[in-house]
Design a protein around this ligand. Structure first.
Ligand code: PMP
Length: 436
């Protein structure tokens, strides 16, 4: 039994019929296809502030925010203005521009973790380049990653755990050669023994450990500081590098991301979409010494026609300038905490098996009563409840990413009124989920 009638979806359905002719699954990125929730994809027409409108004219309060980058909300006037101004001068030169310096200066002045950076055009590219740099710098080939962390669709990271505690990984996508997966070790999060075992089994072979600043792609798997510190210490002892993939957490938990939150200095950091304020930008950075290995200074080749694209740089300058305003993160994080706490109070009073995990302005709704720290802790059958929840929320004008494994984001554009409305919708939807 569902509480509310389904929203109209005729126009979206029509567009989907067409898009299926053009794109595999009708989409240009898989999760958009709504495969793990009810219905078919909504085609979005417009966004403004914390709202989006679909092709059928349905209005939603959006907590996906283009999967994270829209920390100021949709269509922010300052970003629009800066982008329009820069666009008048041309859109790409494949040559250096002053805008790249300007954005780099904004970032490096307020980030004590990195001394030199390279702009790229996506998170995937940032991670791929960081891995190559780690391998080139250490002259070692193996990478250690954690089950439950996503680092983009890089060949060597589309790898899942094998059967033993520490084994070579198995590819998690067709088309990734087994020999690539053999260079990637995959172990569970929050497991020191497995990390120690990996270094024993592969002495002097591990170029780097890569971990998401806070794993946020398979639920929100918040790690204890002790575990992260342990990774810092053991990589240092063993001559490996520590890579923090901050594509979600960078400029989100705070300007300096998860590394600053934990008080830990990784060797290489990757950042992504949030820098571009909605346009394609990624970045990796490290000490000047490590970065001197990148071409044309060093032997690690990495390039990109659209890297440092002026229009994308313009969006970045406008967005990051706003993020640097005093009190920005404090307000955003407090607002999120209040939102999360009042949901938690409601579900506790009703004895619902439901938890909200959150850090900064990131949250994750889980149908569980357990503390969840690893991918294994997540009960896959609980996703049936998420499906109902997602549908009820859509029907009440609330847009969450279309999978129970995805986190949500609060932006500066979510005001009290919208957050109150969202809470009411969540309460009513949960009443329905737990009635069925
Ligand atoms: N790393 C992390 C931690 C991510 O969350 C993502 C995507 N959300 C990526 C890398 C890949 O970024 P992109 O989708 O921009 O290639």
């Amino acid at each position: 039994t569902t509480g509310k009638p389904d929203i109209p979806r005729e126009k979206s359905a029509e567009l989907y019929e067409k898009s299926k002719k053009y794109f595999p699954g009708g989409v240009n990125s898989p999760v958009r296809a709504f495969k793990s929730v009810f219905g078919t994809p909504l085609f979005i027409e417009r966004g403004d502030g914390c709202y989006v409108w679909d092709a059928d004219g349905n209005q939603f309060i959006d907590f996906c925010g283009s999967w994270g980058p829209l920390i100021l909300g949709h269509n922010h006037p300052k970003i629009k203005e800066k982008v329009s101004e820069v666009m008048q001068q041309g859109m790409s030169f494949g040559a250096p521009t002053a805008l790249e310096n300007e954005l780099a200066e904004l970032i490096l002045k307020s980030n004590s973790l990195i001394e030199k950076i390279r702009f790229v055009s996506s998170g995937t590219e940032a991670v791929m380049s960081a891995i190559r740099l780690a391998r080139g710098y250490t002259k070692r080939d193996k990478i250690l990653k954690f089950e439950g962390c996503y680092h983009g669709h890089v060949d060597s990271l589309l790898v899942k755990a094998g059967s033993g505690l520490v084994t070579f990984g198995e590819t998690s996508s067709a088309g990734v050669p087994k020999s690539f997966a053999d260079e990637t070790i995959v172990i569970p999060l929050n497991d020191r023994t497995a990390v120690e075992e990996a270094f024993k089994q592969f002495p002097d072979q591990i170029a780097a450990i890569i971990i998401e600043g806070v794993p946020a792609n398979n639920g929100l798997l918040i790690q204890d500081k002790e575990f992260v510190q342990f990774l810092r210490d053991i990589t240092q002892q063993k001559g490996s590098l520590l890579i923090f993939d901050e594509v979600i957490t960078g400029f989100r938990l705070g300007f300096e991301g998860a590394a600053k939150h934990y008080g830990i200095k990784p060797d290489i950091l990757t950042y992504g979409k949030i820098i571009g304020g909605g346009l394609p930008v990624g970045m990796y950075g490290a000490s000047a010494e490590i970065m001197s290995n990148v071409s044309p200074d060093g032997a690690v080749y990495q390039a990109g026609t659209l890297s440092g694209n002026p229009v994308a740089m313009a969006a970045g300058i406008a967005q990051l300038t706003e993020l640097l305003r005093s009190g920005f993160y404090k307000d955003l994080n407090n607002k999120t905490q209040e939102f999360v706490e009042s949901i938690q109070r409601f579900t506790a009073a009703k004895n619902y098996k439901f938890k909200v995990f959150s850090i900064g302005s990131i949250f994750w709704f889980a149908f569980t009563d357990k503390d969840i720290k690893t991918a294994e802790d997540i009960d896959a059958s609980s996703m049936e409840k998420f499906k109902v929840f997602h549908r009820e929320l859509l029907n009440r004008g609330i847009y969450l990413g279309p999978s129970g494994y995805e986190v949500g984001f609060v932006s500066a554009a979510h005001n009290k009124t919208e957050l109150e409305k969202t809470k009411r919708a969540i309460f009513d939807s949960l009443d329905i989920v737990f009635r069925t």
